[in-house]
Design a protein around this ligand. Sequence first.
Ligand code: MGD
Ligand code: MGD
Ligand code: MO
Length: 790
Amino acid sequence: MTNSWNDVQYTDCALIMGANPAENHPISFRWLTKAKENGGKIVSVDPRYTRTSSMSDIYAPLRSGTDIAFIGGMIKYALENNLYHKEYVAKYTNASFIVKESYKFEDGLFSGYIADKRSYDKTQWAVEKDAEGNPVKDATLEHPRSVFQLMKKHYSRYDVDTVVKVTGTPKEDLLKVYEAFCATGEVGKAGTILYAMGTTQHTVGTQNVRAFAIIQLLLGNIGVPGGGLNAMRGESNVQGSTDFGLLYGNLTGYLNAPSSKVPENATLAGHLEKETPKTGYWSNKPKFIVSLLKAWYGPNAHAENEFGYQYLPKGNKNYSHINLFKAMYDGTIEGAFLFGTNPVVGGPNVGKEKEALGSLKWLVAIDLWETESAAFWQEEAGNDPSKVNTEVFLLPACSSYEKEGSVSNSSRWMQYRWQAIKPLGESKADLEIVNEFATRIKALYKNESGPAAAPINALYWKFGEGHHPDIDLVCKEINGYDVNTGKLIAGFGNLKDDGSTCSGNWIYCGFYPEEGKNRAKNRDKKDTGMSLYLNWSYAWPMNRRILYNRASCDPSGVPYNKEKAVVWYDAVQGKWTGVDVPDFVATRKPGDAGFEDPFIMMNDGVGGLYAPTLNDGPFPEHYEPFESPTKNLFSTQEINPTIQLFDGEFNKRGFKADFPIVATTYRVSEHWQSGTMTRNQAWLSELVPHMYIEMSEELAKEKGIKNKDEVIVSSARGEVKAYAMVTKRFKPHKIDGKVVHQIGMPWHFGYKGIATGETANRLTPHIGDANTTIPEYKAFLCDVRSSNLL
Ligand SMILES: Nc1nc2c(c(=O)[nH]1)N[C@H]1C(S)=C(S)[C@@H](COP(=O)(O)OP(=O)(O)OC[C@H]3O[C@@H](n4cnc5c(=O)[nH]c(N)nc54)[C@H](O)[C@@H]3O)O[C@H]1N2
Ligand SMILES: Nc1nc2c(c(=O)[nH]1)N[C@H]1C(S)=C(S)[C@@H](COP(=O)(O)OP(=O)(O)OC[C@H]3O[C@@H](n4cnc5c(=O)[nH]c(N)nc54)[C@H](O)[C@@H]3O)O[C@H]1N2
Ligand SMILES: [Mo]
């Protein structure tokens, strides 16, 4: 989230698109309800009428996988009807930048496409630079190659009638949404977008988010209270885990992992040079990277050995979930750890994920329960145990109540949790398990040398004696300290690139600024202004609650909305003041370079309407999902031209002739994820006891299916039995003049636990987004029949 949960109450309009927070993030409704009481509107855009839709002022249905068309149309609407925030767009975005002539867009393809690699030469999309390396601008925004004009041209194709044909959204609903949300472009108004998996789990997931970013920048909604682009995170600590390097392309703190594909990455000096821009906050990157290496390798990291940089693996492949399972399936990976994950229910195309686990020599599952994945070899899973050669170990982990530590929520708040009860049975905290692994592996490699042993021997692992590591020492390492004196570092501005400081995660540097002051433990309930609660927990970076908050003020530093101000320039005192921690260099005065630049993390200091860094293009463009019921009405490119395709058995593709119905998957309040945690609870199992699918009355009639009938849903990958829930919540879409049906299914079921059911993910494809490779769980093709027809 750029903003926070609490801040949602200040919105004039919340566009909830690609999420169902009433069900999946219920506490958010505490703040959404307040927003409503304050006169704000709630808008829900979802293929089906959800519990969130029922709380909304406006609901608009759309066919799964067509959000870019929907938002593309909104961008055109805002521009054409002059509803955008003129000063903000001109000063705070890259609208004025001139793009090089090599940038082109024709029939769904940007210039620089390399067909056999399914990728682009992105240098063709670069912006013009002057002799000093600064972008060339046209402040009038009229230059035909200015970002503003190119954007206008790009989205001129997204007229309402074409959008309606693609999305299936009734025209009057579409226009109601456009009108309500674009009203927040008025100076002083704020609109927020709340999104989650309905947005990201697509082959165009990243561009879906980019489309949101563009409309928010156009309406002047980023950096302002009640505004922002707010990703509602999933698992209780998924924010924390991505902050701490869970994503395969990242080290901790969103630093890029070095890859041997990039020649500059051969040395630390080359890596730093390549990674560090001359301007913007990232010009400090070497301090963060060197301090991280010092945290990991301690005294074994010094200037003479590039601070241990060569101990880092220089991977050169895509290590996403899909690719890892493909590698297991192909027999390239011998063993795996499932640390609190149940891929045989949660992964895509699980028939193949299960086979992939069967190609392993060994598997270690670390979980509260024996999951379907830990038990994949059993007869219940449809396997003959005598034919499975994988040796499976099950390590009991303890639950969150049995251990101490922190989780970071969507608001970027790192909140400490204390142990409530001692671990039951032989279960251990994950930290203790990891500690055991590290110390034992280090002991095993102690007398070995060579490239495999070197990083293990060099690893600095000192978290106290005994089995359970001292968590306070872990906290201190995350924050960082002076390696000579042990003194804690007050903030990442004090980190050094000479090896004198360490910090395990620069974005959290400052949460533990001095001995005895772990701010993740802060619990002061006093509102410090605008519901920011600065003394409750710690928000990264540097405890600021609204990112880019400089943009809430005009260029001279006066808040666009004086009633909802968080920072402002006090001209009398000649300094910045306010109730939030400034997200900019607050010592700058009017006339100083950068005084007007609100986007400190961007090299140019402004927000990117145009983003020449993503794999699939600088502007979001609509492509159909991997499996689609229609041809692309915007271009002859059917699917995202830059997604990685897998051939053969690993991922069969279905087509509309056999599978004419669109399917999507989602969650319900009563179950959690792959269901391990809720299908083992009697009460929750009783509340939602069976696998079911939701379908419209019209489709049910067509197929001769009645409510509660047993049905079979099929896709190119497999079949699933479920009960039919015939409902008015789904309505057939009208796509390009034809009726297209859509069904929906929860993905919580498996064969273990109390409430069992067939797994929705038998049906989903192994295909991922062009940038993140997140699987396309939200849009694929299927067919439905009554099981009486067998
Ligand atoms: N009770 C409960 N709460 C949870 C979870 C849980 O399992 N149970 N899981 C947690 C986790 S890990 C996560 S990631 C979050 C996920 O939170 P959400 O993203 O809210 O979860 P979903 O229900 O998967 O999907 C949200 C909505 O997207 C809609 N949708 C499907 N396709 C599209 C599309 O193409 N466009 C648009 N605009 N909408 C579409 C679906 O109909 C659904 O209503 O929830 C978290 N909270
Ligand atoms: N079709 C479809 N599939 C999806 C999605 C979808 O929307 N549609 N959503 C996707 C999303 S957003 C997500 S996040 C993934 C989730 O996929 P998974 O992460 O595989 O599923 P979970 O059920 O969350 O698995 C968590 C496991 O951790 C265990 N656990 C709980 N607490 C602890 C602990 O403290 N320590 C340890 N070691 N284990 C613990 C639980 O018992 C559980 O078995 O699924 C994805 N799969
Ligand atoms: Mo998630």
